[in-house]
Design a protein around this ligand. Structure first.
Ligand SMILES: *[C@@H]1O[C@H](CO)[C@@H](O)[C@H](O)[C@H]1NC(C)=O
Length: 361
């Protein structure tokens, strides 16, 4: 009798030590690799579990956490990857990620976030990938990303952003990919992109920009891929892509109701490989557009006027293996003909280099 109770006492003492120490997988989660991965996916927890310094990855997807409180992850000093998708998060408090100085990946997609308090991302100096897409974010506090000196990808698509203000991205000087598709942007402040001049990919499609954001775009230096699809823009002005024209390889401007490119719109563009301008109201292409590097072009559903101004396009089609769909809308004798087959261009002469320079002898 005496012996048994001593034994059970020892047993309970051991359990108690294990439960409070660092070496235990928090219930009802499961864990791998010496607690390096803690998986609490869809387990109905309402609080952030306690994990050890050992933990590198915490997956808490599909739980219910309406507010991320200040310092809620404070004990997780070794965390590199934090998954909080589908958690009905509505609000992120100031210093919500306090102490997560090694965090590289933060996934907050598919929540209901509408409030991000100033200082929310403090301490995240190593963060490289931040996913905030599919939320309800209406605006971003000035300097909210300032602690994120290593941020490389910022995913903000499918939120409710109405404008980009100056200082929105201050401090995120290494940002390379910025996704803002599917917001309600009607304007971008002239200096809103000043701090992210090294952007390589910029997605602004599915917004409400009714004019090309000349001034903010002119701050960018190395954009390789730009999407403006599905913005209600009628005209693309001269020098629109000039400041990054040597880098731009992909340009998406389909489904915009575009009526016209200003004649110098493509000035400085020398590397373009893919151009997507289908479903617009274009009748011609500007002389500044060079087809020398173009590999792929989509341009169906426009109002193409088949005269010699489109001859460079036709020559490109003659030399390409692709057979892009594009029909003439005018003049009437060519209406309905495919540009690539039309006889409209048979008398067009190739502009010589001499003519282009305007020198005559
Ligand atoms: C051309 O671009 C379109 C639209 O992005 C794409 O679907 C198609 O696969 C591309 N074609 C080639 C040959 O790259």
């Amino acid at each position: 009798m005496h012996k048994i109770s001593l034994l059970s006492l020892t047993f309970f003492a051991l359990v108690a030590i294990a439960a409070s120490g660092p070496g235990v997988c928090p219930s009802p989660c499961h864990c791998h690799g010496d607690l390096q991965h803690v998986i609490c996916d869809d387990v109905g927890i309402k609080k952030i579990p306690r994990v050890s310094d050992n933990t590198r990855l915490l997956n808490m997807q599909r739980n219910n956490l309406p507010v991320l409180p200040t310092g809620g992850f404070g004990s997780m000093k070794g965390l590199i990857s934090l998954h909080l998708q589908h958690c009905h998060i509505k609000e992120i408090s100031g210093q919500a990620f306090k102490g997560l100085k090694k965090l590289v990946y933060l996934y907050l997609s598919n929540n209901e976030i509408s409030i991000i308090k100033p200082g929310a991302f403090e301490d995240l100096t190593e963060l490289t990938y931040l996913y905030l897409d599919n939320n309800r974010i209406p605006d971003l506090p000035k300097g909210i990303f300032t602690p994120l000196a290593n941020l490389f990808i910022l995913q903000l698509s499918d939120n409710k952003l109405r404008e980009l203000r100056p200082g929105t991205f201050s401090g995120a000087k290494d940002l390379r990919w910025l996704h803002l598709s599917g917001n309600e942007l009607t304007s971008i402040h002239p200096s809103a992109l000043d701090e992210v001049e090294n952007l390589a990919i910029l997605h602004l499609d599915r917004n409400r920009l009714s004019s090309y954001p000349v001034s903010p775009m002119s701050k960018l230096r190395v954009v390789e891929e730009l999407s403006l699809s599905k913005n209600p823009m009628k005209v693309i002005p001269d020098e629109a892509f000039q400041s990054f024209g040597r880098y731009m390889e992909k340009l998406y401007m389909d489904n915009m109701g575009l009526e016209r490119f200003s004649d110098g719109a493509f000035n400085g563009v020398t590397a373009l490989k893919s151009l997507h301008i289908e479903n617009n109201k274009l009748s011609s292409l500007p002389s500044s557009l060079s087809f020398a590097t173009v590999e792929n072009i989509t341009l169906s559903n426009n109002n193409w006027m088949c005269n010699c101004q489109l001859a460079p396009l036709r020559r490109w089609m003659d030399s390409s293996r692709l057979r892009p769909d594009a029909t003439c809308a005018s003049p009437s004798q060519y209406r309905g003909q495919q540009i690539r087959e039309s006889t409209a261009f048979s008398n067009c002469r190739q502009k010589s280099k001499r003519d282009k320079k305007g020198t005559r002898h």
